[in-house]
Design a protein around this ligand. Sequence first.
Ligand SMILES: [Zn+2]
Length: 339
Amino acid sequence: MIPVIDGHNDALLRVWRSGESLRERGEDGHLDVPRMREGGIAAGFFAIFVPEEDGAAADPRASVVATEDGWEVPFEGALSPGRASPIAHELLAIAERDLTLVRTVVDLERCLEGGEPGAILHLEGAEPIEPSLANLDGWIERGVRSIGIVWSRPNAFGCGVPFHFPGTPDAGPGLTDAGRELVRACNERGVMLDLAHLNERGFFDVAALSEAPLVVSHAAAHALAPMPRSLTDAELDAIGDSGGLVGVVFDTVMTRSDGDLVFDTPLDVIAGHIEYVAERIGLEHVALGSDFDGCHPPAALDDASKMQALLDVLGWSDDELAQLAHGNWLRVLRATWRD
Ligand SMILES: [Zn+2]
């Protein structure tokens, strides 16, 4: 097995809702520690994500409506500030209870050498951080090493892309002043910024400002699948120029050219995005970002134990697969975390 660093999962949100433990092999959902081990996932980014509501908003596509040429998910409004922090702390407590936290590159190397599967804590949407950044250091002390400026909604820092198909990420304004301060503060502290869910103006604001390699943890190529969440060629080029990477997402909706949810979508569709990114900006800038427990992967890849199946369909050399599976993440995190 080729050890994998996976760019994104929502397993903490799943067990926050269900009451399961990530220490035990579950029947439902996509990812837990035993299934990470079975699939060769040495470490993964675990999202601390706060939904608008406890129920329906679990899956934004539960409220999909048809449009003339595709579909959309009507926007329910920004997250209320009072809700973000307490729920984020509940998800953090689950991570501390069930997972082995990765804080440094040395921790990550230990995972890759066969240690306990590791969890990199990621805030998906910076709502739990006060716009003054007063509590940013508190989150870092608790283990957060990656921050997504936005999810697909506006907040005090920037503006996320809506869910619809087809569409472009050119929606809404760029970063706010607080967003710019957040970028500077994360650069100073060696915290990774994740540009997944960020709109195009925000993306290029970060590209102009940030000193770190640009990272999008879970996304697809817009040229193959025209959703606002997908990366345009111009965005891909900027990621390549910065020395950064894209974690290709496993979602059928986000990777299929027709934007449909089709469970028996072949793995070639996801492999196509990996190959597109590698051909356009180089093999050293593409990685994996499953979005397990946050998306609809195809049947052949519908839990973490099946991770290696995707590597098998690519037909790449072992060295190339090692770069895709973990080498590129390792390089980018070394350059970003600086420890
Ligand atoms: Zn996401």
